[in-house]
Design a protein around this ligand. Structure first.
Ligand SMILES: Nc1nc2c(c(=O)[nH]1)N[C@H]1C(S)=C(S)[C@@H](COP(=O)(O)OP(=O)(O)OC[C@H]3O[C@@H](n4cnc5c(=O)[nH]c(N)nc54)[C@H](O)[C@@H]3O)O[C@H]1N2
Ligand SMILES: Nc1nc2c(c(=O)[nH]1)N[C@H]1C(S)=C(S)[C@@H](COP(=O)(O)OP(=O)(O)OC[C@H]3O[C@@H](n4cnc5c(=O)[nH]c(N)nc54)[C@H](O)[C@@H]3O)O[C@H]1N2
Ligand code: SF4
Ligand SMILES: [Mo]
Length: 873
């Protein structure tokens, strides 16, 4: 670590947008600490932010362009891209090409890609992974407010008396915000209600957990609307002065059946009473709301209750959509969706179009909506999209009906992928792969969930020939014939243009206005401190709508009638289960970055199916066994995690595994591409599936200091400090295990083999100079060795591995709970049993939970389990 002042930047993961302090180590790495001055986190970081340093380096990175799998110069690659796109436009029209981009773009990347497609190519065929993420909120906001405006700020969570968390696992997905809420609750006794069919770590601080039937949020909130009216809690003045649609909505609400939620009527009543009598209430929501075939209506159902009570835009009250990706908000600001225009302007509005066309001065501005994500890949599959550029996202793994998407990418005439790695499920299918600069190397701005714009700054040089995404899009724009419009030399120039355009939009009555930043010099931009929009003369950073002022033509908010509908896919005797999907604490999406960190890979090392004990028993699934899950669209094989946290019939599986990390872990292969009719957002959380035992003849666990080449019916890989770990299983017995092991590890060394015929167990080790290089443990049942212990033996004396009982005398630390300090479940349980009474005491005894705090909910759960010993397993 050098003594120089740290570089201030922003975490590249979730939408909390924590500030970080970076110190280059001089060897291509960085140390990362929380920025005490950033308003989002005030110095805190979660496990993922803390481990950012582990994910850097050139290992596995794509360092030069690839054309048809071969190294190419940027010049050749970009010529190829520009000419193939231009040819497609000339022959088939602008609608024949498309961009699929990402909420992990910086605002500057996004602005340039959007300008190129909508303002110059003249099509709105640019959509983004935000379609899978925030589209329903965008649609709900625009329906109610006239613009996509987040009314409140993070401070509201600390100033509220009641926080209702709907379809959000805040503890794992927005951990720093969760901690701010948990701390406020300790200080001032905030009441917390969690509404989620699944019991998650978030529910640990809840006064009430409402485990509703999936997809029934509309019934619950429409019922609340009716209850607010009956209880006399409507703010008549606010409704009269600032809204429309109240009566029709009340009529619709009168027919609501909150019983559809399957919740105990007393619990519903208690929730309604609490909401009704608490003035300062924040309703925070995320993917349990958005990723639904009725996502926009779910959003409306929530907004309606806030609008009817005037509980919006005031300290401690309002609806609050937490954004997933670091720049989901920036993408919405530049208008990066196929149905939006720049600066929160409307694609359908001729005045707006004329203003943007004049500002950009391009040849043709898109005049109608483009293809939304699901439609875009369908069009590619059908040959209607001839050329496609995918940047900063991995749709072959994360789009619903992922097998279809993979085929669509294969079928498309010309596909460009910009990524850090050429090995992703998507990049492997591309004609041209462009090496992108990643976090820590690139420079620009992002906007977090509460409208705070922060700088991401470069702290490392560009590796190899990697370039920032904005530069690649600008260069293609120049080569397609618009040298002046895309003549950017640095992000500051793009940002100024974006800020100036927002001023124009504000003049047309829009919310998004950062015209106050349009005159930043390059130096001002470099030094820009976090700032919440709007930033303009006479307008700055606070809340919206406390005194009305909506952006609809009448200035009134639209309270919108909604009715409960079932999820799109119907269960049947063939597909009797409804599959919920989502995230785990320590991984980010397709793990291209978090998967490189050993400590982040320890918490959950395999794709899994969380299933209720009753369902498991009926299907004959055993804990730590394997399950085959099928849907009408695809198949997966997952480790069984039996748990009462999920309801019977409603198992859960994480979205993180890909063909890079598992044999059949791509969960989106199972997910049906049913979309919300208003937002086009897919229903990622309610597909129908069948589940059966995966009849493994054998199970195995392997560690290796070098990459492995798994070929088995089931496998999953995870990074470890000293190499890789692999879980394996097969349907047919293996006759020659030493041969199998040699193939797996790619070695010709002589193995040491130890068999225990009585138990049917086998251990095979490969060593060099008596230092362990690789080891394989085989058993006819799930292998019971301490993974951490065995992995720790890599590079150690080989003889130990063949000891009678692996790890004997060392103690099994159990699954990692605290990744920062590497503390396992066993150590935490012993601390609890030795008398630690609370999370702080466990921290003192073991070191767990004292750094980032992401694992505090799990420690609390273990404490509770020790208090109720029957729940400890
Ligand atoms: N660790 C980690 N954090 C992340 C990410 C990550 O990959 N890893 N990704 C980021 C991104 S892009 C996003 S979008 C956010 C997502 O953040 P979240 O939305 O909090 O995460 P999910 O796990 O997708 O889903 C949230 C919850 O919705 C519940 N749910 C499912 N169906 C329903 C329903 O019908 N009604 C209700 N009320 N709830 C339901 C699920 O059980 C789940 O617990 O996380 C961000 N943060
Ligand atoms: N079943 C199911 N599916 C889901 C969801 C779910 O809850 N359930 N959630 C959905 C949601 S909310 C989201 S946001 C999506 C996320 O899905 P994706 O966006 O597809 O997932 P990521 O792994 O984040 O993909 C980002 C890619 O960009 C690369 N990358 C990183 N930094 C850069 C950069 O600076 N430039 C470029 N060019 N590339 C870069 C990474 O290596 C990686 O390959 O998944 C969606 N899919
Ligand atoms: S909460 Fe964690 S992942 Fe999200 S921005 Fe902060 S440090 Fe990054
Ligand atoms: Mo997301």
């Amino acid at each position: 670590m050098t003594g120089a002042a740290p570089i201030r930047s922003t975490c590249p993961y979730c939408g909390v947008g924590c500030g970080v302090l970076l110190r280059p180590d001089g060897a291509g790495g960085l140390s990362v600490a929380g920025d005490p001055e950033h308003p989002a986190n005030r110095g805190r970081l979660c496990s993922k932010g803390t481990a950012l340093g582990d994910t850097l380096g050139t290992r596995g990175r794509l360092l030069h362009p690839l054309v048809e799998g071969r190294r190419a110069t940027w010049d050749d690659a970009l010529d190829r891209v520009a000419s193939r796109f231009s040819e497609a436009v000339a022959m088939h029209g602008p609608g024949s090409i498309a961009f699929y981009v990402s909420g992990q773009f910086l605002t500057e990347d996004y602005y340039v890609a959007n300008k190129l497609m909508k303002g110059f190519i003249g099509s709105a065929n640019i959509d983004t992974n935000s379609r899978l993420c925030m589209a329903s909120t965008v649609a709900g906001h625009r329906r109610a407010f006239g613009t996509d405006t987040v009314p409140g700020t993070y401070d509201d969570l600390e100033e509220a008396d009641l926080v209702v968390i709907v379809g959000s696992n805040l503890a794992w997905c927005h951990p720093v915000l969760y901690r701010r809420l948990a701390e406020a609750r300790e200080r001032r006794g905030t009441r917390v209600v969690v509404i989620d069919p699944r019991r998650t770590a978030t529910a640990d601080i809840a006064d009430m957990h409402l485990a509703l039937r999936p997809g029934t949020d509309v019934a619950l909130f429409a019922g609340l609307f009716a209850h607010l009216h009956e209880a006399g809690a409507i703010d008549g003045t606010f409704v009269l002065d600032h809204t429309e649609g109240f009566d029709a909505t009340l009529d619709a609400a009168a027919t609501a059946r909150p019983g559809a939620t399957g919740l105990d009527p007393d619990a519903i009543e208690a929730f309604y009473r609490l909401w009704t009598r608490t003035e300062r209430v924040v309703t925070l929501f995320s993917q349990g709301v958005n990723q639904s075939s009725r996502g926009t209506d779910k959003v409306s159902a929530i907004l309606n209750c806030h609008l009817a009570t005037g509980r919006i835009g005031r300290p401690g009250s309002g609806p609050f959509s937490v954004t997933g990706q670091p720049n989901a908000m920036g993408g919405r600001e530049v208008g990066g969706l196929a149905n939006t225009l720049a600066a929160h302007l409307d694609l359908e509005d001729p005045t707006h179009r004329a203003a943007v066309a004049g500002f950009w001065d391009g040849p043709r501005l898109a005049d109608r909506q483009g293809l939304k994500a699901v439609e875009m890949f369908r069009a590619a599959a059908q040959g209607r999209v001839k050329a496609l550029w995918i940047a900063c996202t991995n749709p072959a793994a994360t789009m619903p009906e992922a097998d279809m998407v993979r085929e669509a990418i294969r079928a498309c005439d010309f596909v460009v992928v910009s990524d850090l790695f050429a090995t992703t499920d998507t990049a492997r299918l591309a004609d041209v792969v462009l090496p992108a600069a990643g976090w820590g190397e690139k420079d620009g701005t992002v906007t977090n969930s509460d409208r705070t714009i922060s700088r991401q700054r470069a702290a490392l040089g560009l590796p190899g020939e990697a370039r920032p995404d904005w530069a690649a899009f600008a260069e293609v724009g120049r080569r397609m014939g618009w040298p002046r419009a895309f003549d950017y030399a640095r992000p500051a120039e793009i940002f100024r243009e974006h800020a100036a355009l927002s001023g124009l939009a504000a003049g047309l009555g829009r919310d998004f206005d950062i015209s106050g930043l349009a005159g930043l010099s390059d130096a001002d931009y470099d030094a820009l401190a976090p700032i919440r929009w709007p930033v303009a003369t006479g307008r700055s950073g606070g809340r919206f709508f406390g005194a009305g002022g909506f952006f609809t033509p009448t200035g009134r908010a639209r309270i919108h009638p909604v009715r409960q509908e079932e999820p799109a896919a119907r269960t049947s005797p063939r597909y009797p289960f409804r599959l919920n999907t989502g995230r785990v604490r320590d991984h980010w999406h397709t793990m291209t970055r978090t998967g490189r960190s050993a400590r982040l890979s320890r918490h959950m090392a395999e794709p899994f199916l969380q299933i209720h004990p009753g369902d498991a028993a009926r299907l004959g699934l055993v804990p730590a066994g394997l399950a085959r899950v099928r849907s009408p669209h695809g198949e997966a094989v997952l480790r069984v995690l039996v748990s009462e946290a999920v309801q019977p019939g409603h198992p859960f599986a994480p979205m993180h595994w890909t063909d890079e990390t598992a044999s059949a872990g791509r969960i989106d292969a199972l997910v049906e591409a049913a979309t919300d009719p208003v937002s086009g957002q897919p229903e990622s959380k309610a597909s129908v599936v069948a589940i059966e035992r995966f009849e493994a003849a054998w199970y195995a666990f392997a560690v290796s200091s070098r990459p492995v080449r798994p070929s088995a019916d089931y496998w999953a890989l995870a990074q470890d400090e000293a190499g890789v770990r692999a879980e394996l299983a097969g349907l047919v017995p293996v006759t020659d295990w030493p041969r199998f092991a040699a193939d797996l590890f790619g070695t010709t060394a002589v193995p040491s083999v130890f068999a225990d015929p009585a138990r049917g167990d086998l251990r095979i080790a490969f060593a060099r100079n008596d230092r362990l290089e690789a080891a394989l443990f085989v058993a006819p049942r799930p292998v019971a060795v301490s993974r951490g212990h065995v992995a720790g033996l890599l590079g150690q004396e080989a003889s130990q591995v063949l000891a009678a009982r692996p790890g004997a005398g060392r103690g099994d630390p159990g699954p990692t709970v605290c990744s920062c300090m590497n503390v396992g479940r066993t150590a935490i349980l012993s601390a609890c049993m030795a008398g630690a009474v609370d999370v702080a005491a466990v921290g003192q005894a073991t070191g767990a939970g004292v750094t980032c705090g992401s694992c505090r909910p799990e420690i609390a759960a273990l404490l509770a389990a020790v208090a109720r010993p029957e729940a400890a397993e």
